[in-house]
Design a protein around this ligand. Structure first.
Ligand code: GDP
Ligand code: MG
Length: 443
């Protein structure tokens, strides 16, 4: 997702980034391009207008114009405002004070409600230590109940169903009793969808809502439907009131319009994004990380989390520690490479790396996995001191390493540069995080 937008924005910002002096005309010119990029990405027009206005006002401010690095400041402003646009802070699940927490899944047919119910249960069990009960309340298609039951079996999670002859409200009532009896601390109700928003569906959802008093009502929408997704979100929110959005199919080639518009139009946060059909493909939505991914600044925090999910716990902790204390060496990098293969498609992973946007061919193309073998070869050709302290790798060492690994000096350079940028980015993020923590503690 976001490839087109990312490419355009990065191109535009690249032009202004290095400028030692900028004037209003520069900003205006840049904003014209940014506007075009957003419209191309199918972002809601009103949202585009507001975004351009806010960024322009900030960018022509005196402190930017007079600063030593105006270009970089403008880039920072775009990043900030892109983050704000998508909701600012990550918005976690609201759990009930008194169990069980009830989560209602709503949305149109085919949006991904049932699949996401399974994924969400997986997240709740794994990350929050919960014992979820899944409830099959889509009684209009027998296949829908079966689909959830199959997921339940696959995940070894209990599914509550009463067939198709009992009303969804009654199913919800019985499911809550069952949850009480079996000590489930979360109940996820998978409701029916229609092809379009209609009166009857909304009434049914209202009835379920009245009975189950959900702590969260998650609207599941398909990111591929662009502005339709935004309209659907608006009408669901107006009629039944949602507490958050889960945007599915962000692994597809959506232009990104929905992700960038929904928050601004509905004032409701995107809480998770679906990144694939598999049960582990649901990620918390982090506006800040998404913004920096779009701007080609990488997303090392998500990378670490992905590693934690697929690499064994001990190793992941060690890795995180090393990242934080800045003692991550090329040896660790090599060690991780083998593990990385478990984390998913390589091109998706690489896109999270800082500076990835600048790697030629990465924007659209699938990454050649044999490239990984070359990276391994490069590191293998280094001595231990070189791997621990890459700073000592001077020109003659680079030449030797390239020769030894059967690669080129450019490839060695690229790897070292990437590694440096990755470390820099982690440092920035860690600092920012610590600053954020301090702020929160202040009275
Ligand atoms: P429902 O009608 O809202 O319950 O939708 P389903 O859960 O049955 O999903 C409809 C289709 O979308 C299924 O084929 C899912 O595998 C697919 N799907 C759901 N979420 C994602 C996602 O994040 N990425 C991709 N690629 N496919 C998804
Ligand atoms: Mg369904």
């Amino acid at each position: 997702a976001f490839e087109g937008l990312a490419q355009r924005l990065q191109g535009t910002l690249q032009k202004i980034k290095g400028k030692g002096k900028i004037n209003e005309a520069d900003v205006k010119e840049m904003m014209r391009e940014v506007r075009f990029a957003l419209i191309e990405a199918d972002v809601n027009l009103k949202v585009v207008k507001e975004f351009i206005k806010t960024v322009s006002e900030r960018a022509v401010g005196q402190d930017v114009m007079k600063s030593l690095t105006p270009g970089q400041q403008v880039v920072k402003i775009v990043q900030d405002e892109l983050t704000n646009l998508m909701g600012g802070e990550q918005n976690p699940i609201q759990f009930a004070r008194k169990s069980p927490t009830v989560i209602m899944m709503v949305g149109l047919q085919g949006a991904g409600k049932t699949t996401t119910t399974g994924k969400l249960a997986t997240v709740l069990r794994k990350r929050h230590n919960k014992k979820p009960l899944l409830v099959a309340a889509d009684i209009y298609r027998p296949a829908a109940i079966q689909q959830l039951e199959t997921l339940g079996k696959q995940l070894t999670l209990p599914v509550f169903s009463m067939g198709t002859d009992v009303s969804p409200v009654e199913i919800a009532r019985k499911a809550l009793e069952e949850a009480e009896k079996e000590y489930h601390d979360v109940v996820i109700i998978d409701t029916a969808g229609r092809l379009h928003v209609d009166e009857k569906l909304m009434q049914e959802l209202k009835d379920i809502r009245e009975l189950s008093k959900p702590d969260e009502i998650f609207l599941v929408v398909d990111a591929m439907t662009g502005q339709d997704a935004v309209n659907v979100a608006k009408s669901f929110d107006d009629t039944i009131g949602i507490t958050g959005v889960i945007l599915t199919k962000l692994d597809g080639d959506t232009r990104g319009g929905a992700a960038l518009s929904i928050r601004s139009v509905t004032q409701k946060p995107i809480k998770f994004v679906g990144m694939g059909e598999k049960m582990d493909a649901l990620e918390p939505f982090h506006p800040e990380r998404m913004a920096s991914r779009i701007l080609g600044m990488g997303d090392v925090m998500s990378l670490i989390e992905k590693a934690q999910d697929s690499v064994d716990e001990e190793k992941a902790k060690e890795l995180e520690q090393k990242f934080r204390t800045q003692t991550f060496t090329l040896d660790d990098f090599l060690d991780q490479l083998q593990q990385v293969k478990k984390m998913g498609p390589l091109d998706e992973i690489l896109k999270m790396m800082p500076g990835a946007g600048k790697i030629k061919g990465l924007e659209n193309a699938k990454v050649d996995e044999s490239q990984m073998g070359r990276v391994e070869a490069v590191i293998h050709s280094m001595t231990i001191p070189e791997r621990t302290t890459p700073e000592i790798i001077n020109a003659s060492r680079r030449k030797r390493i390239a020769k030894g690994s059967g690669t080129s000096i450019q490839e060695v350079n690229r790897l070292l540069k990437q590694f440096e940028e990755m470390k820099k980015m982690v440092k920035q993020m860690t600092n920012a995080q610590q600053k954020g923590k301090k702020k929160m503690k202040m009275p």
